[in-house]
Design a protein around this ligand. Sequence first.
Ligand SMILES: [Zn+2]
Length: 116
Amino acid sequence: MTDKEYIKFSHHIKAAIITNRVGDDEKQTIKLYLKPYKTEQKRCPICGKKCSGYDSKAKERSWRAPDLNGYKVLFISSSNRIECPEHGVITQRVPWAEHKSRFTKTFEAEVAHAAL
Ligand SMILES: [Zn+2]
């Protein structure tokens, strides 16, 4: 298993590829640059429909993911807005997080579990 495969596995990254990985030993942070599979791009976060793009420039967004070996993990991806015929101009869906959440699904699951 390669590093990337291990990270994909341990963080349950599905339907996305890791395009880059930047580690910062001083800040103890790992940034993972993700790109959803083509079939997952430009999807409405509410109805899941494939929509047309709205922004021409991609804005970078980050999501907090569970730590890895004591390092803070951030998922970074461009989050373009799309135009859904039903829901209007909205930020496209990403496979690893809920709509509007700043945390990944696995991070939220971990926090929810710890709170029990
Ligand atoms: Zn929609």
